[in-house]
Design a protein. Structure first.
Length: 213
């Protein structure tokens, strides 16, 4: 049995409970694959949707109790509340003190720039868990087995496209995370092309020397 499994079983619908267990298992698989802490991945995965079935009123009361403000973007997309309240619940009620676990729960929906490896793992696990069946999930699973960053980037691109197609609010964290991946890729490509040029120059050098001789 996974940690907190019976705890969440008593608090979530059967469907949400199964999803949470699947996300925990996907997170554990990704943690093994990408050399992250698998115990933390399982805990963050199983708790990530802990408050997903609360009503808006419950979220607002809980946020008020802990004096947590929300932005207009969260108000504009109320399903974002659960990532915030679940991380506060994990800290305040379940006494989880590990900041990486709390952040992985907090940013599992929007992502954010400069995510830790654990945050990326939980974000991705929520996309590729066994219960997911959206079109494109097989490609994302394949990508997840090859490169963590590429798969997270594909998840961000998918989210931005879906939300913009539906004229829905896109949280700035999601856009900023997407931009960070694009800029990092551009930087990596620019370094790679400079290295390729350098390699060409180095391999060319003996020829020039031989001409001089
Ligand atoms: Fe969620
Ligand atoms: Fe989820």
């Amino acid at each position: 049995m996974l940690p907190f499994e019976s705890f969440i079983k008593n608090r979530l619908s059967e469907k949400r409970f199964k999803h949470s267990v699947n996300v925990a298992k996907a997170a554990r698989w990704l943690a093994f694959k990408y050399e992250a802490n698998d115990s933390k991945a399982v805990i963050a995965g199983i708790l990530h949707d802990l408050t997903k079935e609360w009503k808006t009123h419950d979220h607002l009361m809980f946020l008020q109790k802990y004096n947590i403000g929300v932005t207009k973007y969260e108000y504009g997309s109320k399903k974002l509340f659960h990532a915030i309240t679940a991380s506060i619940y994990a800290k305040a009620v379940l006494r989880i003190t590990d900041l990486d676990i709390l952040n992985a729960i907090r940013f599992h929906t929007t992502a954010r720039p400069e995510m830790s490896k654990l945050e990326k793992i939980v974000y991705l696990a929520d996309f590729i868990s066994d219960d997911r069946s959206f079109s494109g999930v097989d490609r994302l699973r394949a990508l997840a087995s090859i490169n963590l960053d590429d798969a997270v980037f594909a998840g961000l691109s998918y989210t931005i496209k879906e939300l913009s197609d539906d004229n829905k609010v896109i949280h700035p964290n999601t856009i900023n995370a997407y931009n960070e991946f694009v800029l990092t890729k551009e930087r990596e490509n620019s370094i790679k092309s400079k290295n390729d040029d350098l390699a060409k120059y180095i391999s060319f050098k003996p020829f020039r020397e031989s001409v001089r001789v």
